[in-house]
Design a protein around this ligand. Structure first.
Ligand code: ZN
Length: 303
């Protein structure tokens, strides 16, 4: 008999894009003079994102972010990421890798899986913010052009002066657990390859709690009713700007009724099958360690 996943202490968890330690110092964002001083600081460095792919140093065995000086940085509006542990201001800006010496763009997922958590977290911050600016050039209230403000943490409309702020969209991602049979519920979205299963997930909607979103999504996507919900952990997912919030959910009904628009396959899986899937030898594949679905599965089998 395994311990109750809803009350037992959680095992140590590893989470992708997690561990960003930059000092975001929001007082600097609000102070144009302090922000200007940051950009003129000789230690300041810029991370360039080419089509949202961070630029890394060319020709290194393990990927290394290419932090460029002000003189090399693209002449475009940059986002102030914060001040690093050595006191150096760090910025992110959209640009073209081929304009830089020794730089090439790298897909953020591939990159993050090979970086330490603190650096991957910084990549998440940079990618989400640079993407938000690229898509919010016009005011949602009046349609006029907007301009960046507060070091990249706001945009102000040049027509009606409305302020717009970067979004972070919470997503509930959950492992429904059948305590009696010791099984968990996994599913496959149509865009995933056959044989690839993950935890069910959906956006938290207006007017509901995280726990209510977990219960609603499980019922809508798989027809499963739930009892207890346990928050497990969260992680940034900068595609484009989600906060993935992971949970265990106690199933109280077990017959699967699939929402075929959302999922092509949903099944109850045993602990042994999940264990071998995580080891890469299972009857199905599961998301890599960068994704919180992996963390949830590992937490469940490690309880
Ligand atoms: Zn406006």
């Amino acid at each position: 008999m395994h311990p109750d996943p809803f009350t037992a202490p959680l095992p140590p968890l590893t989470l992708g894009f997690t561990g960003n330690r930059i000092d975001r110092d929001d007082r600097i964002r609000r102070d144009p003079e302090a922000l200007w001083a940051m950009t003129m600081n000789p230690a300041a460095r810029w991370l360039v994102l080419d089509q949202l792919n961070p630029v890394v140093r060319s020709g290194t065995e393990s990927p290394e972010l290419l932090w460029v000086r002000r003189s090399e940085a693209p002449r475009a509006d940059a986002v102030f990421l914060g001040i690093d542990a050595e006191g150096a201001p760090r910025f992110a800006v959209a640009g073209t890798a081929s304009d830089l010496d020794d730089g090439e763009p790298m897909d953020a997922r591939a990159l993050a899986s090979r970086l330490d958590g603190a650096t991957a977290g910084l990549v998440a911050q940079a990618r989400s913010l640079v993407d938000w600016h690229a898509r919010h050039g016009f005011c949602a209230a009046c349609g006029a052009a907007t301009r960046p403000d507060k070091g990249g943490y706001a945009r102000v409309c040049q027509g009606c002066a409305a302020e717009h702020f970067p979004r972070t969209d919470p997503v509930a991602i959950m492992l429904a657990i059948d305590l009696e049979r010791d099984l968990c519920l996994l599913g496959r979205q149509p865009r995933f390859p056959k044989g690839f299963l993950s935890a069910l997930a959906g956006f938290v909607e207006a007017g509901e709690t995280f726990e209510e979103a977990v219960a609603r999504e499980l019922y809508e996507e798989a027809g499963i009713r739930t009892g207890r919900v346990r928050y497990v952990a969260s992680q940034p997912w900068p595609f484009p700007s989600n906060l993935m919030m992971g949970a265990f959910a106690e199933a109280t009904s077990f017959e699967i009724r699939i929402d075929e628009e959302e999922l092509e396959e949903v099944a109850w899986m045993s602990r042994d099958d999940v264990r071998s899937a995580l080891a890469g030898t299972g009857p199905f594949a599961v998301p890599p360690p960068l994704a919180i679905a992996h963390t949830l599965l590992k937490a469940w089998i490690d309880l």
